[in-house]
Design a binder for this molecule. Sequence first.
Ligand code: NAD
Length: 507
Amino acid sequence: MDFLAQLKITALNPGVSTGSEWISSKGEQIDSFSPVDGTKTGSVMAADETSYNEVIVKAEAAFREWRLWPAPKRGEIVRQVGEALRDNKEPLGKLVSYEMGKSLQEGLGEVQEMIDICDFAVGLSRQLYGLTMHSERPSHRMYEQWHPIGVTGIISAFNFPVAVWSWNAALAWVCGNTTVWKPSEKTPLCAIAVQNIVAEVFKKNQVPEGVNCLVQGGRSVGEWISNDTRIPLVSATGSTRMGKALSATVAGRLGRSILELGGNNAIIISKDADLDMSIIGAVFGAVGTAGQRCTTTRRLIIHESVYESFKQKLVKAYGQLRIGNPLDTANHVGPLIDTDAVKMYQDAIAQGKQQGANFIVEGGVLEGAGYESGCYVKPCIAEATNDMPIVQHETFAPILYIMKYNTLDEAIAMQNGVPQGLSSAIMTLNMREAEQFLSHGGSDCGIANVNIGTSGAEIGGAFGGEKETGGGRESGSDAWKAYMRRQTNTINWGTTLPLAQGIVFDF
Ligand code: NAD
């Protein structure tokens, strides 16, 4: 495992940092076990309250300096971070794959996303545009500016252990904010590696200590962040359960949050679909990352006239899936993150059966050589109805529910008929169907695709979803605005003081 040494990861790592400096802490020790083979890869020390406070004080002080750096200069630092990530793509991609369990291609792809968002943020650093307005008063000018907001908390999930952080950090930095990252306690080593990579760039450029902070730990450290009035903005990625708790706390102190929560994504397979293309989109969407993407395809809503033939194709494709070590590129499906996730998968299958789901491809936990970690499961498919409680719920595992529809209105109602609203797709060559799906009467999700699946996204668009997915947007388009505060400015360059709305105030 050369990649650990290349990324400067040791057996026991400090878990609290203000950028280049590591701070000792007396929090719990978090051990990282690889779901690939069950090996204990390393440990980190979680933050305690003292070290956490030290970090936030540093992050606040750094903000006062960093916000005064010209934005393009901050962009130049992010450009160098992107270069450092390019240099480390191979070892970091391997670590992501080994610690989280996704395929090597997806691990490398995740690092590529980090590089892409850095490139995006470099350009953005010269495009933090505000509008100008015409004043109703003579000899007045109005315009708006976007200013840095302050210390930004980033709480991330295990399934994208590095990319989600970068979507937030790259934007937050060019916007002039400092960041405090609390990664998932299930993938602590990925965060150590990223911290080491960024530290070199920051040190070389004399970036103030405190711009890029790390506080490792579990839920309690996340709760310190959501309660902390020194952190005006918290961006949180994870389950809807976490989002509901966190957003109530942040809103209770009138802070701002960006929420990226669970999905329950469906593809509508029309009678006018290219079925060969649809099968690739559906299978990759359902089994990629072993069903542990927020955009994983969990439901297929199939037109009744192609239902049977598509079902046969699906069963055949599932029969060809190779499940095993994700670092071996011959395999399609790796492990779940841990044995708790395996238990949730088994419970969901049992509940599905109780609720009447008919499993046409059976699931199960794999045992024997190569599966010693106990985290490898079989992707499965069940015929179900949209109203079953298990179908309404996001199970973070490769369980695919399929169902029939007759009219497109009915299919769209089923697609929208779940509490979550992240990603959606229609497979059709019929322009009317595609346009209806994308219209204001169509999909209610943050992401709606035509002739590609639900899974994955490019960094250029704003990423996020509606309803229980939380409503936040990250990454491209104008998502940066959520990381800044807007200020409206009115300047009087005349010799009198006219009031707005024609009000006269004479004395
Ligand atoms: P999780 O909710 O268990 O944990 C996510 C993070 O929140 C972790 O860092 C955890 O320590 C922290 N946390 C948990 N409870 C908290 C609380 N009360 N206050 C503050 N912090 C708290 O999620 P997970 O199992 O790591 O990730 C899987 C979930 O994340 C899925 O639901 C998936 O759909 C979602 N997800 C969403 C997106 C998106 O962009 N919409 C992206 C990735 C993952």
